[in-house]
Design a protein around this ligand. Structure first.
Ligand code: ATP
Ligand code: MG
Length: 267
């Protein structure tokens, strides 16, 4: 579905600040994959997303997308065009929704994106449809359609961002530590919703996380990025038997050094 070929990203090339953040990343994401991505701070995880989403144009290599009608080179496709089929959720719960607009208006935006070409107006039937979707979140938001989204808590906003992103029908969902800023209860709630929506809507998901339990228990594939390289990419079977200690050991075997005891291992 998405394939990167020798993807490289160098910041400030040719200057004393030159920083090679992606070395030569070759990754094939298959339809229906739910990939968890781990790696220390600065490993290049968000930069990988930035190149896939078109926020950054890579310095070398290519990116291909197959939406069902053959592979297409999207390396230079502008971000706004990719946003039609790539859904992205960030750590900051305020980023995915428009705080100064009502919940109903926010829902309208994602519906219009998801049902392009359909003439949709905010009538009674549409409100009922929004309420049905919102009920699934289990947060009582179905009764707050006229409230400004800025009144909602971080957990409510992130759950809403997830719902709205899913309703806009992305082909692939890029989650960048999307539960990291939430309290434990809300983090689990948003995680449960993520798994539920991924299954119900047959999504292809990439999920960056520093939560080892999440990385090990969810998804069908786990990959670790280090210093701009994918240092391992494990399938469902290998992943099922994996423990945090195994990850530390694999890292040591590949890199010939200890994995820094950073937050990556504390989740
Ligand atoms: N737009 C940019 N311009 C210059 N340098 C950048 C830019 N974006 C990222 N970097 C640098 O690239 C490196 C990798 O950053 P990146 O955000 O991809 O790491 P990460 O793996 O997502 O880390 P974290 O777990 O902390 O989010 C860092 O050294 C960072 O400073
Ligand atoms: Mg990051």
């Amino acid at each position: 579905m998405i394939r990167t070929e020798n993807l490289g990203m160098i910041f400030s090339p040719g200057t004393p600040d030159e920083n090679m953040v992606l070395k030569s990343v070759n990754l094939t994401v298959k339809r229906g994959d739910f990939i968890t991505i781990i790696g220390s701070n600065g490993a290049g995880k968000s930069t990988l997303y930035n190149t896939i989403a078109g926020t950054l144009i890579p310095t070398s290599g290519r990116i291909f997308m197959d939406n069902g009608s053959g592979e297409k080179d999207i390396t230079k496709e502008p971000e706004y065009q990719r946003a039609r089929y790539i859904g992205r959720i960030f750590q900051n719960p305020l980023l995915g929704t428009a705080g100064s607009m009502t919940l109903a208006d926010n829902m309208m935006i994602c519906y219009k994106k998801g049902y392009k070409g359909l003439r949709i107006s905010l009538n009674h039937a549409m409100r009922e449809r929004f309420q049905e979707h919102l009920r699934v979140l289990g947060m009582g938001l179905e009764n707050r359609l006229e409230d400004n989204v800025s009144l909602f808590s971080g957990g409510q906003r992130q759950a809403l961002t997830l719902l709205m992103t899913v309703l806009s029908h992305p082909v692939i969902l890029l989650l960048d530590e999307h539960t990291a800023a939430l309290d434990p209860h809300n983090a689990e709630l948003v995680m449960e919703l993520t798994l539920r929506f991924a299954a119900e809507y047959h999504l292809t998901v990439m999920m960056i996380t520093h939560n080892m339990t999440h990385a090990l228990h969810f998804g069908n594939r786990l990959l670790m990025l280090d210093d701009g390289d994918i240092i391992f990419d494990l399938d469902e079977k290998e992943k099922a038997a994996l423990t945090t200690a195994d990850i530390v050991e694999r890292f040591r075997a590949i890199k010939q050094r200890e994995l820094a005891n950073d937050e990556m291992l504390l989740g």
